[in-house]
Design a protein around this ligand. Structure first.
Ligand SMILES: Nc1nc2c(c(=O)[nH]1)N[C@H]1C(S)=C(S)[C@@H](COP(=O)(O)OP(=O)(O)OC[C@H]3O[C@@H](n4cnc5c(=O)[nH]c(N)nc54)[C@H](O)[C@@H]3O)O[C@H]1N2
Ligand SMILES: Nc1nc2c(c(=O)[nH]1)N[C@H]1C(S)=C(S)[C@@H](COP(=O)(O)OP(=O)(O)OC[C@H]3O[C@@H](n4cnc5c(=O)[nH]c(N)nc54)[C@H](O)[C@@H]3O)O[C@H]1N2
Ligand SMILES: [Mo]
Length: 768
């Protein structure tokens, strides 16, 4: 399989490479955010928009899920990349019926996601009828009628897939899962399946709840913060302010990453004077340049060292009180960690043993330790075991359910955690289903549905025939691009509820619809007046978000309107759920959320509090662990040393500084020194020499995977420029979505079924 870049709209020959930066943010960050804002929105809309971003009376940033500070908020509670996310949404550029009349779908399918996204906001509902070459306008009512007819014409509800991306509000998400389950299926794949599913799986098993256990206050008051597999300078820039504050309070920071990410090394805070004129703050005290996939071994080695320190000075390291009272399985864990094979740790991590010992010493010295992580831990084959190993070292020291300590999976999409809380999951627990039945007098199916990878497999095999997406860009976000595209094209029906044009509109089923919707920043007026929605951040804080901008077109409907109107057509008027009431006044949805969703009682009142409210988290709040054993579970995990065949590299696929997942804001990756292009592969200089290629050379990236027992399938992504970069030996990096075609659909993490986007074996093949 070979993938030619649809790149005639990006001239990659313009690409320039310079030395990577050693610090993040500062003045360039502010300038870039203002420039992008003015380009897309003009001066006055930029000023109005940025003033409302992340303020109590404004809207939640559609960028990342990092929490807002309680109480006093800075006038500009946003970051460069939040400003870009808003500029992208609040742009004045539009894509209407004339655009679609001028561009046949076949032509649009040749464009990059960058070009598609830059065209502007979608303004009208559009349909691509079977056999047609162009999308045409369609009435909202006719659109809902057509979708309902097709869905009701399937052999059964399980032939339909209902995807959600994590920007969807709580109100829309609750309504959507209710519609889907009333229709008769639990096929609710979501972006989380490709994101923090591994964290959820590991945490559910070990501490009984799939969410992080720390607050922002914990973070700034901790003594040691270990940031693993995360690039906050780009993906959670406001986290740098929190790390800076923690540092000011005396915390030490350890960064564990194959790449020396600028944001982890030094931060120049654009919101204070020192950050503007001075050298900023050094963040990481220790940088562990680990090999891809080496973290399981790293944390097991830390556990081994902690136990050794305990043996040397009994009663000083292991939190006996915590272990004896609150945990289960310590003896088995300790036996395994004590029997550690250092040779395996050397091979898996590539780290000097003294450095691991040094980090272990820092852990012994710290009474309040937090481990933060993101995609560097969740997207490998052994991701779930790796995160269980993180939990082990935290349990051993009793670092959960006490101030300044805990587990901190840093979420991606701004409401991905809220969507899960609202029931967007293919396997919600029985108790949630029971409450839905009771509340609405319906009977929702109990059989588990398909997650993202299984939905694709079902489409690939003809078992799924309709695909509906509430947001996102499924085609570009999922692995194995060619397989995915074929799967989508084989569907009878594809429906996308979207703000912006993307590849999932132009790689489509036999009949396809685009339903344009309001974004976070847009004013939402319904029969009862102006509405707000609610969202949950990475630290379980639920709060209001209210858009104030004039929408791009009077045709746009809110996500709640789209879902509730579709539900009425799909399920028939007279259905048990009062859909029309839901649409008219979102308070009526929140009243139901209050009765169905755990921790949301009195939702309408609590969400109106100035800083919202924090959802309960039993381990954090009371050291109560709702697991199978009723205790926090230690686990035993085997180190896997992945062997790298001769002439090969491990590849991770990651984000540049100028993108939001599949939305490409621009062609620069400022901190890594890349300008005007995206088709690059970062390789360690010694690997470049050993592989017999040269810096700057054009190569194809080739992955090999045994799709069937008789041989391997070669997957090829064409024409990438080799960039010499100080990444760990043997560990290369390229951007997603360009490199997605190399990730086989069947290469997934154990238990969580998450695609292994951070660990693929490739070789570089010079282009002919
Ligand atoms: N501006 C912006 N903000 C975003 C996003 C965006 O695209 N743009 N996306 C949002 C979303 S949905 C998410 S999930 C988050 C993603 O946030 P991140 O997880 O920070 O995103 P990635 O770019 O995938 O970066 C992964 C990091 O892990 C490191 N890494 C890779 N493999 C390994 C490994 O095996 N071990 C270790 N220790 N490190 C490893 C990489 O070098 C890199 O620094 O950001 C959210 N915020
Ligand atoms: N190779 C590789 N693949 C990956 C990853 C990786 O690291 N490597 N990361 C994975 C991760 S962590 C994630 S979360 C997924 C992301 O997967 P998705 O969430 O599916 O992708 P996005 O690119 O965030 O979706 C962007 C689209 O969402 C629509 N949109 C934006 N705002 C709104 C809104 O308010 N409402 C609606 N209805 N639509 C809106 C726009 O049309 C936009 O084009 O990708 C995954 N894929
Ligand atoms: Mo994500």
């Amino acid at each position: 399989m070979s993938r030619k870049p649809p790149q005639q709209d990006v001239d990659e020959s313009q690409l320039q490479v310079s030395k990577p930066k050693e610090w993040a943010a500062g003045i360039p960050g502010v300038l870039v955010s203002l420039q992008r804002g003015v380009e897309q929105m003009g001066v006055s809309r930029t000023a109005q928009t940025l003033r409302l971003l992340n303020q109590r009376e404004g809207f939640d940033c559609p960028g990342c899920a990092w929490p807002e500070a309680h109480g006093h908020r800075k006038l500009a509670e946003f970051c460069e990349n939040g400003a870009k996310a808003v500029a992208e949404e609040a742009t004045r550029r539009t894509v209407g019926p004339e655009f679609f009349a001028a561009h046949p779908v076949a032509e649009l399918a040749e464009k990059t996601d960058y070009w598609l996204g830059q065209q502007g906001r979608l303004t009208h509902p559009m349909v691509l009828r079977e056999g047609a070459t162009h999308y045409q306008p369609i009435d909202w009512d006719d659109a809902f009628g057509l979708i309902a007819e097709k869905l009701n014409g399937l052999a059964g509800p399980d032939e339909a897939m209902f995807y959600t991306s994590g920007r969807t509000s709580n109100e829309a998400a609750f309504s959507y899962q209710l519609m889907v389950r009333s229709f008769g299926t639990n096929n609710l794949p979501d972006c989380s399946n490709m994101c923090h599913e591994s964290s959820g799986a590991a945490l559910n098993e070990t501490i009984g709840i799939g969410k992080g256990s720390v607050s922002l206050a914990d973070l700034v008051n901790s003594e040691l913060i270990i940031v693993v597999g995360q690039n906050p300078g780009t993906n959670h820039p406001r986290m740098l302010s929190a790390l800076e504050e923690a540092k000011g309070n005396g915390a030490r920071i350890v960064a564990v990453n194959p790449l020396p990410e600028a944001g982890l090394l030094r931060f120049k805070n654009p919101q204070n004077v020192r950050g503007v004129v001075g050298n900023g703050t050094q963040l990481a005290d220790e940088f562990c340049q680990i090999r891809l996939g080496g973290d399981l071994a790293f944390f097991q080695a830390l556990g081994h060292q902690l136990l050794a320190a305990e043996d040397a000075a009994p009663g000083t390291v292991v939190d006996r009180e915590f272990v004896d009272t609150h945990s289960h399985g310590f003896a088995e864990y300790a036996a395994n960690a004590r029997a550690l094979d250092w040779a395996e740790v050397d091979a898996a991590t590539g780290l000097p043993r003294e450095q691991i010992a040094k980090v272990a010493r820092m852990m012994v010295d710290s009474n309040k330790t937090i481990v933060c992580w993101a995609m560097g831990l969740t997207q490998t084959k052994h991701a779930v075991a790796t995160i269980r190993e993180v939990v082990n070292v935290q349990l051993l020291r009793g670092m959960i359910g006490k101030p300044g300590a805990g587990l901190c999976p840093v979420r991606g999409h701004s409401n991905v955690q809220g969507d899960r809380t609202m029931g967007i999951w293919e396997k919600m627990p029985e108790s949630f289903m029971d409450r839905l039945d009771e509340e609405f007098g319906i009977e929702v199916p109990r059989k588990h549905g398909f997650d993202t990878v299984d939905a694709l497999r079902a489409m690939r095999e003809g078992r799924a025939k309709a695909f509906v997406a509430l947001g996102g860009n499924f085609v570009s976000a999922t692995p194995d691009t060619e397989v995915t595209e074929r799967a989508l094209r084989s569907c009878e029906l594809t429906v996308q509820v979207s703000t912006k044009l993307n590849r999932s509109h132009v790689v489509h089923g036999r009949t396809a619809l685009i339903l344009p919707t309001l974004g976070r920043s847009d004013r939402d007026v319904q029969a009862s007046g102006e509405q707000f929605v609610s969202v949950e951040d990475s630290m379980s804080v639920v709060h209001r978000s209210r858009g104030r901008l004039t929408p791009a077109s009077d045709q746009l409907l809110s996500e709640v309107s789209i879902v509730t109107r579709l539900a009425r057509k799909l399920l028939g008027e007279g259905h048990a759920v009062p859909w029309a009431e839901f649409e008219a006044n979102y308070d009526s949805i929140r009243d139901r959320i209050a009765r169905v969703v755990t921790g949301c009682d009195d939702y309408n009142r609590k969400v109106r509090q100035p800083d919202g409210f924090v959802l309960p988290h039993p381990p954090r709040d009371a050291r109560v662990f709702p697991t199978a054993t009723g205790k926090a579970n230690f686990t035993v995990n085997e180190i896997e040393v992945l062997d790298l065949p001769e002439g090969r590299l491990f590849l991770q696929t990651l984000r540049s500084h100028d993108q939001y997942n599949t939305t490409i804001y621009g062609l620069d990756d400022r901190y890594r020194g890349v300008k005007d292009g995206r088709r690059v592969v970062f390789v360690n200089p010694e690997d470049i020499a050993a592989l017999g290629v040269v810096d700057g050379q054009l190569v194809d990236l080739v992955s090999e995977w045994p799709d069937d027992p008789t041989g391997v399938t070669k997957r090829r992504a064409e024409r990438f420029r080799v960039v010499s970069f100080p990444t760990a030996r043997g560990c290369a990096a390229a951007y997603f979505p360009e490199a997605n075609s190399l990730v086989p659909l069947d290469s997934v993490a154990k238990t969580s079924n998450t695609p292994t986007s951070k660990l693929i074996v490739i070789r570089l093949e010079p282009t002919g």
